[in-house]
Write a protein that binds this ligand. Sequence first.
Ligand code: ARG
Ligand code: ZN
Length: 873
Amino acid sequence: MKQEKIYLKDYKEPAFTVDSVNLDFNLNEDFCRVVAKSQVRRTEAGAALHLNGEELKLVSIKINDKPLSADQYQITAEELIVPSVPDSFTLEIETELQPQNNTSLEGLYKSNGIFCTQCEAQGFRKITFFFDRPDVMTSYSVTIEADKQKYPVLLSNGDRIKIEDLGNGRHKAFWKDPHKKPCYLFALVAGDLGVIRDTFTTVNGRKVNLEVYAAHGKQERCWHAMDSLKKSMKWDEEVFGLEYDLNDYMIVAIDDFNAGAMENKGLNIFNSRLVLADSNSATDVDFHSIESVVAHEYFHNWTGNRVTLRDWFQLSLKEGLTVFRDQEFSADMTDRGVQRIEDVDALRAGQFAEDAGPNAHPVRPESCMAVDNFFTMTIYEKGSEVIRMMQKIVGRKGFRKGMDEYFRRHDGQAVTTEDFASAIATPNGKDFTQFRRWYHQAGTPVVTIQENFDAAKGELTVTLEQSCPATPGQPHKEPFHIPLMMGLLDKSGSDLKLNCDKITVNSDGKNLIELKEQKEVYTFTGLKDRPVLSILREFSAPINLKWEASEEDLYFLMEKDTDSFNRREMAQKISLRLLHKLIDQARNKQALNVDPRFVKAVSAIIADESMDPSFKAKMLQLPSYAVLAQEEAVLDAEAFYQARTALRQAIAKENRGALLNIYRKFHNVEPKSRDTKVFGHRSLKNQALTYLAELHDPEIMEIVNKQYWEAQNMTDRMTAMMILADSESAHREKALQNFYEDWKNDSVVLNKWFTAQATTNRKQVLEDVKALTKHPAFNITNPNNVYSLLRAFGANLVRFNDPNTNAYEFYADKILEIDTKNPQVAARLCAAFNFVQKLEPAMKEKALTQIKRMVAVESLSKNSRELLQSALS
Ligand code: ARG
Ligand code: ZN
């Protein structure tokens, strides 16, 4: 297999324009015929016609209705080439496909008897020979012919023109999309599906038909997705002035789907786990994810579809921006402070790890082997942070001005991240030349802070220095333009007025330091007493802050900062210092000494009746293992586990009564409510229960067991099941058995059962997971099954890296097995090996042996190969 890299610097404008394309699908059980008829014009004199196409059977090719003879074209593994074509012509290509055998789940495939498509990034080339690149945009008309009984629902993008009964048991649907689009946004669905319907009236009074499709019997679980869609449509009108532009908006839930969802124009296709929900079957977190992913795909209609990508290296242009938009939407729907904490936790656990590992890459990469490997935390989540920094610098009002300018300039175009940055900068009189390094340089910058207070002069000087670790291919980095939102607090915890001429005040009136040099000094004058510095408020930049603040200041900020993000951040910082000591003690086989001061501070939080419950739940959360793995020089999973458990136990022991009070106060209060406030109460009381379970106290385990059996919603049931699954309680087996019996015919829900067993700290979890891969309910060709069992286990740092087992070997076997069927899914599992360089020598050796074994497999996909190879260099 050819393993070539593609480079951004090789980008060339397309040599042809397509004025329109008509796609005619004839769907059958054992084969499908596709006729693609395009109106093509050459824009580069003399250019030969190169069309992308993979794994296709060509039936015929015609130019201006004349069939080409075999010597007039040539087919390679990746292209169809016609050396000589007229300047303007009709191109007709007929291909034959076998969707029923397509296990890669890209292009046209079948899921539970339903035909569906996934074309992003490069799946369209598995449907027909075409210009499979985002900068070739054209108008689509589509016809779909299929058996009327088996496939009553026939969907594609745009407007429904008509449906004809062909009289022979078959029918044919006609669709036309009035908007030009790149082929990665094409979609088709044909099947026997249930549907729910509603309407939305846009700000200009246009009525839009909304439809959500799912397997028969599941459609009643689609109402939350429908509500989320309506909220998103309204929010985008209100916040960004963006109105929907078609008469229909359709969402289809599919069980076999590589990713979360896809924003195909007017016809989103979703992984059913991100559509189906009711309080019996979905947790509060599921409801929240569905709302945000429905919003994400809807927001793509403007950021992605109306304005699209010039090339795949620009992927973050739409993904970073659309994640930013969905995060803002979620902040408005729930609690802004808590939402920010969740988004930063995810960024740190996932993206910071990626940026520090062998597969670090810039937000706008310069090369790649497999385009599908670009769907990363860096492109999405760090991409969103880059947008957020722009918004911090210019303020919310300024940002809106910039967005308006972006659509004014680029509606209907395929553009670059540079075009975006320029549209935001210009109307705000800003220069983002240096800022754009965030797009080009990988790695998480480190900023160190030195403070000095001169009491005689009443002056505080703050010295900031930045650096950025080397990343693959980028040994040296230029300084970044870093916005640090900040404040100074007086003794009572009130914000002081800042006297410093180097501070930027943005259009929201927020104070920012804009660090641009490698080192800069800021002097704040007119201070009576030493103030306490609060910096990186709201996590205004995706950096690692090295700040040797005194314990006094950290505790002060944790209690009093006016920025709620920073209060929680200080709690994390203190816990990390403590965990670091405990890990050291564990590694040296010493007794673990938990600092009573910290336990006392946590107890005060637990007892604080005035603190918002959902915020309190965040305050009580200790840093995850993924964060510890980044903070610590060595990934010693067992020591991490002992340290974190010791700290949690100390907190639980000291607060047994108070935690039980929280539990009793909020348990079963409005158990069916989906109100944000009730979500908060539930998350706090379930967190109290999880802490209490650390005590291994039979009385507590009775409460857990009772919660499992009497649960009135999935959040409570799942919490109890996870605690039981991770225990040696006599109640364990019965609960797991019961959950299985209840949900064995519901694959979306049963995935929770796999995850609960893959994420425990039990020593035998590897054996559990191995056995589950042989369970009749586990299907290795279903991505959700793979993710909920195998990927969840790979992310279980403690047991995946347990020196007493060889999980790596088992995992490598599974990656190889999946890789032959579905390279995209296999590649997603490879991330479990990202920490390899941090392992202790013996473990590292074991992991490298497996990576080498996988890379040595000749037929390994380029997707997996690209990610594994880098771990070796
Ligand atoms: N564009 C989709 C989204 O962000 C994701 C598609 C994922 N595709 C893939 N090849 N992994 O909503
Ligand atoms: Zn997206």
